[in-house]
Write a protein that binds this ligand. Structure first.
Ligand code: FES
Length: 84
């Protein structure tokens, strides 16, 4: 089920990209519909390629793996190689 509150925000420089997600969906799955994101092990959780940082309320960043993290309303930073 999708609602207006099921939005994940991806910080890309000065831009904030809105990524809708389904209930229970993993961050990797939702983000890859909109942006390139590394996932060499295809979500098995051992390569670390899908590393993200989750912005905390105090401004700090918390490391996580996109393929192991369930979506919720939050702001993240991803590490990817832009195409072109
Ligand atoms: S895709 Fe490999 S650890 Fe997430």
């Amino acid at each position: 089920m999708r609602s207006d509150q099921n939005i994940l925000y991806v910080r890309d420089g000065d831009r904030l990209i809105e990524v809708p997600f389904e209930e229970g969906e993993k961050v990797l799955s939702a983000v890859r519909r909109h942006l390139p994101i590394k996932s060499p092990c295809r979500g098995d959780g051992w390569c670390g390629g899908c590393r993200i940082d989750i912005e905390q309320e105090d401004g700090s960043l918390k490391f996580a793996l996109a393929c192991q993290t369930k979506c919720r309303p939050m702001t993240i930073r991803i590490f990817y190689k832009p195409k072109g």
